[in-house]
Design a protein around this ligand. Structure first.
Ligand SMILES: Nc1ncnc2c1ncn2[C@@H]1O[C@H](COP(=O)(O)OP(=O)(O)OP(=O)(O)O)[C@@H](O)[C@H]1O
Length: 345
């Protein structure tokens, strides 16, 4: 039997001019976006509308205007069918303190319709997957934030959904905890083939985890594209040269020569990328194919400068937004994320 590709195969979530208005605020403003299978990051500052979108996608809150579908099901009419097929990890702490992770996740599995034995088996598997072992029999009131986040992830996965919506799963975690959680999220897709929509206000952590990133601001779509597209299209070449007697400021001489050759050159100091920004001698040249490398090499040779280093870099998403928006990129990055972004170079 031949396989027919359906809209559902290529789009797990689709919204069309989706709006949500509260009396005092427009939380979503004519948002149209298609999300394909894989791991998708939904980025936006606090109040951008991320949680509101998730609640609409689960059929828990009606949109004021527009349409949305999840796995081909209409959020306005098929809410319960959507919730059968979709797992949800809420942002806030919602775990009863007096019960153990095992009891809680079994309960959630039973609520999703699994028979008792299957619920116990799936619970054991899922808690193991998220890295909870002996602790799973202890009351959750004594858990660390990281352990609570893992239980919240486990209950979203226990009924074997096709898609999970994870609302700020790294909230409250230290850098090591964030890394572990991001690794787990990645494996939800690679090990089980479950698509993931994960929200965060930190750009840095999503570029490492997601195939695709959707950025919203004030309820509007700012950008939607693959992570690779974001970073590849904007690769740059970091170049550092020596000064010479003929060119006491070798960096300035090279900069002028490259600009004359039609290349786009920026001082690394503007890019805010940690150690490199301390060096005024580092130039970042936008790469536009192999010719860029030849042009830089030729310019250095012509000027008789010494080459200290020449290395290719990918921009980080936070930098790209800063460049595009003409601000400092803090809309989507509260600073905690810079540690995550800093190791991406
Ligand atoms: N039930 C509600 N009644 C009134 N306003 C609301 C309600 N829910 C959300 N809002 C407002 O809608 C806007 C979007 O909120 P939302 O929670 O979706 O943002 P968010 O991107 O998830 O941010 P956060 O990370 O802080 O949760 C905010 O201005 C918020 O105050």
């Amino acid at each position: 039997m031949s396989h027919t590709t359906t809209v559902e195969d290529v789009t797990v979530i689709a919204t069309e001019s989706l709006s949500k208005r509260f009396p005092r605020v427009t939380a979503l403003d004519r948002l149209s976006v298609d999300i394909t299978p894989g791991v998708t990051g939904l980025v936006g500052a606090n109040g951008a509308g991320k949680s509101t979108l998730i609640k609409i996608l689960l059929g828990l809150s009606p949109a004021s205007e527009g349409r949305a579908s999840v796995l081909g099901l209409d959020v306005a009419t098929d809410g319960s069918a959507i919730r059968e097929r979709v797992g949800y990890m809420p942002e806030h702490d919602c775990l009863p303190p007096d019960v153990s992770a095992t009891e809680f996740v079994v309960h959630m599995a039973r609520m999703s319709g699994l028979p008792p034995t299957a619920a116990r088996e799936r619970t054991a598997d899922t808690l193991r997957h998220v890295g909870l072992y002996e602790e799973r029999y202890r009351p959750m009131g004594g858990y660390s934030t990281g352990m609570k986040q893992r239980v919240k992830l486990a209950q979203a996965l226990v009924h074997d959904p096709r898609l999970v919506l994870l609302d700020e799963p790294t909230n409250g975690l230290d850098p090591a905890g964030r890394d572990e959680m991001l690794g787990l999220i990645r494996r939800v897709h690679t090990d089980f083939g479950i698509s993931v929509l994960v929200t965060s206000h930190l750009l840095g952590e999503l570029e490492r985890t997601c195939d695709h990133v959707v950025v919203i601001d004030g309820g509007r779509l700012l950008r939607s594209s693959s992570t690779r597209e974001f970073t590849q299209a904007t690769a740059s070449l970091a170049v550092e040269v020596t000064d010479t007697a003929a060119h006491p400021d070798g960096t300035a001489a090279l900069r002028a020569a490259l600009a004359e050759a039609g290349l786009t050159v920026r001082a690394a100091g503007r890019s805010g990328d940690g150690a490199a920004s301390a060096s005024e001698h580092l130039l970042l040249v936008d790469v536009d194919g192999d010719e860029t490398y030849d042009a830089v090499r030729d310019a250095i040779a012509r000027l008789g400068l010494g080459l200290i280093r020449m290395e290719q870099r990918r921009h980080r998403m936070a930098e790209i937004f800063r460049d595009d928006d003409g601000n400092d990129g803090n809309d989507g990055n509260d600073g905690n994320g810079s540690g995550g972004a800093a190791d991406a170079a």
